[in-house]
Design a protein around this ligand. Structure first.
Ligand SMILES: NC(=O)n1nc(-c2ccco2)nc1N
Length: 330
C-alpha cells in the first residue's frame, strides 16, 4: 500500500545518500551497522512486495545466474590507450608538440608564450571500463577490449559498490558514457589473496590481474565478493551539455555521484607537470592503490578536439611512466 511504497522510496533515498557520502565524498555519515540495518529493512520490504522493486534499488547490485559468455559491445567513441613519456625530455617534447599542433607560439628561451593548462592524475594500474548512463540510470558496462569492441560486463559492474546505479542530483545529459579504471586497492588485494590461500583458491600476482580476473567472471556473485573500485577519468559518447574543460567535467561527474581521483590537479605548463610527476613519484609507495605513472591531458576540450588523435593515441594526452619497479627486473 502507499505507506509501504513511501517507506521503500525513503529507504532507497537514504541509502543512496549514505553511499554517495561514503564512496564519493569520503565523508561517511552513518556507521556500517546502521547502513546494514536500513539495507536489510529495504530488502525485507521488497521481498514482501516484489512489484515495487526497481533496477536502481541498492538491493539490485548482485545479479542472478552466471552467464555462459560475455556479449560484445561496440565502442562508438574508440577507447584508445595512451602514448608514453619516460624521460623529462619526452614530456617537454609532448608539450612542444601540443603547442605546435595548436599553432601557439613555441615560447622564447625564457619560456614565454601562453602556457598550456594540463589536467593531472595518477595513472591507476587496473583495467579501463566504459559505463553507459541513460536518463541517469546505469544501463551498460563494457571492458575496453581492443578499443573498438569490448565485452559486455553490465551485471558485473553493477556489483562495484562505488559505481552509482543512478546518477545524483539533476541536469545530467540524457546519454552519458563515462570511462574510468576498475582497480583493487593494495589492502583489498592482500586480503583477497589471504582469503584465496585459506579457501584453496588461486592467488593473484598483482592488483591489476586480480581486478581483471574478478571483473571478467561469468558469475556476478564472484565479482560481488571481490574488493573492486571504480575511478572515473573521462567521457565517451555524450548527448547533452558538459563543461568545456577536462577538470571541469571530472568535477561535474563527482557531483553526479561518480568517483574521481582525489589527486586530480590542474597544472599550467610543462614545468608544473614535472613537479606533479615528482610529487606523486615521491608518494607512490604510500598511495592506497598501485599506479604505473601519471597522466597529463590538455585541459581545454576545444584544444583536445583541435589536436585530435594520431593513429591510435590521443595527441592531447600522455602517460608519464615511472621506471619499472626493481622486482620486475629480477
Ligand atoms: N589508467 C588511468 O588512470 N587513466 N587512463 C586514462 C586514459 C586512457 C585514455 C585516455 O585517458 N586516464 C587515466 N587517468
Amino acid at each position: 500500500d502507499a505507506t509501504i511504497a513511501a517507506r521503500i522510496l525513503a529507504l532507497r533515498a537514504e541509502l543512496d545518500l549514505h553511499s554517495h557520502r561514503y564512496y564519493v565524498l569520503d565523508e561517511p555519515s552513518i556507521p556500517d551497522a546502521e547502513y546494514d540495518r536500513l539495507f536489510n529493512e529495504l530488502k525485507a520490504l521488497e521481498a514482501a512486495h516484489p512489484e515495487l522493486v526497481t533496477a536502481d534499488s541498492p538491493t539490485q547490485r548482485v545479479g542472478g545466474a552466471a552467464l555462459s559468455a560475455f556479449g560484445e559491445v561496440r565502442h562508438e567513441v574508440p577507447m584508445l590507450s595512451l602514448g608514453n613519456a619516460f624521460e623529462e625530455d619526452d614530456l617537454l617534447d609532448f608539450d612542444r608538440r601540443v603547442r605546435e599542433g595548436l599553432d601557439l607560439p613555441a615560447g622564447d628561451l625564457f619560456g614565454g608564450g601562453a602556457e598550456i593548462e594540463y589536467c593531472c592524475e595518477p595513472k591507476l594500474d587496473g583495467l579501463a571500463v566504459s559505463l553507459l548512463y541513460e536518463n541517469g540510470l546505469l544501463v551498460r558496462g563494457a571492458t575496453r577490449g581492443d578499443g573498438s569492441t569490448g565485452e559486455d560486463i553490465s551485471t558485473n559492474v553493477r556489483t562495484i559498490r562505488n559505481v552509482p546505479l543512478k546518477l545524483h542530483g539533476e541536469g545530467w545529459p540524457s546519454v552519458l558514457e563515462v570511462r574510468g579504471e576498475v582497480f583493487m586497492s593494495k589492502a583489498g588485494f592482500d586480503a583477497l589473496n589471504a582469503r584465496q590461500v585459506e579457501s584453496g583458491g588461486k592467488t593473484f600476482a598483482n592488483p591489476r590481474n586480480a581486478a581483471a580476473g574478478s571483473l571478467r567472471q561469468l558469475d556476478p556473485k564472484i565479482t560481488a565478493s571481490r574488493p573492486l573500485e571504480f575511478c572515473c577519468y573521462g567521457i565517451g559518447r555524450v548527448e547533452g551539455e558538459l563543461p568545456t574543460t577536462q577538470v571541469g567535467i571530472l568535477q561535474q561527474l563527482r557531483v553526479w555521484g561518480l568517483p574521481i581521483s582525489r589527486e586530480l590537479k590542474l597544472a599550467k605548463g610543462a614545468d608544473a607537470c614535472l613537479a606533479y610527476y615528482r610529487d606523486i613519484g615521491e608518494r607512490r609507495a604510500s598511495l592506497a592503490y598501485e599506479i604505473d605513472g601519471v597522466v597529463f591531458k590538455v585541459n581545454d576540450l576545444a584544444y583536445q578536439r583541435e589536436l585530435g588523435f594520431r593513429a591510435r593515441e590521443p595527441r592531447w594526452a600522455i602517460a608519464h611512466k615511472f621506471p619499472a619497479s626493481e622486482e620486475l627486473t629480477e
